[in-house]
Ligand binder design. Structure first.
Ligand SMILES: Cc1ncc(COP(=O)(O)O)c(C=O)c1O
Length: 380
């Protein structure tokens, strides 16, 4: 066994930022999750079987691959995935960590959409892989550029990572681009990891893309209860793929992280997934109502901010365009004066005065009113 020394990984900038602010700022106008689902309400959605599972639950270890009924419910989110082609984790974050450790190492190359969720490229780097960032641009609606992506592939490329719907821009690839991406990965014989944690929040359900795990043998879908399902506190995430050998190797790695999921969380997740239409409808109605507010704001302030309207998800990535005003400074003043937290693009290492805006929280109208009051004082 080769010994590479202790794991060295750069700080997760966004998590450090939230460590400072998440429980101090009054209005998280940049949170990516949807308003947490009330547990009492969730238990009210249980059927007889899941109610009994909850009432009779003993707090022992759980099956390390995930509760069989949970894996079955997760599998049913896909067209072609069987229960034993699903592996559960403590959130999507653990899934990314374990998968990258198994999939890539020194000598391997990965291409990852960017700006984006840092662990999608940072863990690969920490594993010794060379990472090329596939940069998305505001001017074309943050679209994936297949010609550029094709040129980014090298003989050592092992993995392409796409986050669709996308954090932080709310971009959703059109079907042609998605199909082209799958074709590229298949032709190159590389894995395609699709981070689908915002799947189900499409403003137009007809635009929902197929899942990565369904479209090719080396396709891997990453899912979680945190975002569309509004249950980040469960810390239940998963990988789905037809590559059972890969999943088995990831399971062996997970023996060194969490071993198995939290017993109560598994049952709550089963209840939620069985009631998925209702749970997702709640999330969609929150984000749709909040987007209406944002449309009003950005319509009025079009001369101060750009706004590529998200096609899906609970986040967007506008830009402050007032000459001489840096978003980092403006956001610092805003949280100080009004308790409203934005996430400057610098937290993604991304230049250009953008900021992430989250619209999954119930108090968005209040937060936006405060932001607007601050903008009137500082940007007019
Ligand atoms: C694109 C993306 N992937 C993965 C995750 C991780 O999800 P979790 O925090 O539930 O593990 C997040 C969370 O913000 C995310 O935005």
């Amino acid at each position: 066994m080769t010994h590479h020394g202790r794991v060295r990984i750069a700080d997760f900038a966004l998590e450090r930022f939230f460590a400072r602010w998440e429980f101090n700022a009054r209005y998280l106008l940049c949170a990516s999750d949807v308003e947490g689902y009330p547990m009492a309400e969730l238990l009210g959605l249980a059927d007889d079987e899941t109610r009994a599972l909850w009432d009779d639950l003993a707090l022992g270890y759980t099956e390390s691959t995930g509760h069989p009924l949970l894996r079955r419910e997760i599998a049913s989110l896909y067209e072609t995935i069987e229960a034993d082609e699903v592996l559960t984790f403590a959130g999507a974050e653990e899934a990314v960590f374990c998968l990258m450790n198994v999939l890539v190492g020194p000598g391997d190359h990965a291409v990852v959409t960017w700006p984006g969720y840092q662990s999608l490229y940072e863990v690969a780097r920490a594993c010794g892989a060379e990472v090329t960032l596939h940069e998305l641009h505001e001017h074309n609606g943050w679209a994936i550029d297949l010609d550029v992506l094709a040129r980014q592939l090298t003989p050592t490329t092992r993995l392409i990572v796409a986050n669709l719907p996308h954090n932080p821009t709310g971009m959703l690839a059109d079907r042609g681009t998605f199909d082209g991406l799958v074709e590229l990965a298949a032709e190159a014989g590389v894995y395609l990891l699709v981070d689908e944690v915002y799947r189900g929040l499409e403003l137009d359900p007809a635009e929902r893309l197929p899942s990565g795990a369904d479209v090719m043998p080396l396709g891997i879908s990453l899912g979680v209860m945190s975002k569309s399902f509004a249950m980040a506190g469960l810390r239940i995430g998963w990988l789905a793929t037809h590559d059972r050998d890969l999943l088995d190797r990831v399971a062996r790695f997970k023996d060194y992280t969490t071993i198995c999921s939290s017993a109560p969380s598994e049952i709550l997740a089963i209840i939620a997934l069985r009631a998925r239409e209702r749970v997702l409808a709640r999330s969609r109605s929150i984000v749709a109502a909040n987007l209406d507010h944002l449309d009003g704001f950005f319509g009025d302030w079009a001369d101060r901010f750009t706004w590529v309207r998200p096609r899906s998800g609970s986040i967007g990535y506008p830009r402050l365009t007032v000459p001489g005003v840096r978003i980092d400074d403006w956001a610092a003043g805003l949280v100080e004066a009004e308790g409203v937290l934005l996430l400057p693009g610098s937290q993604f290492g991304h230049p250009g005065n953008h900021f992430r805006l989250g619209f999954g929280r119930a108090n968005l109208p209040d937060a936006l009113a405060r932001l607007e009051a601050y903008a009137r004082r500082t940007l007019r």
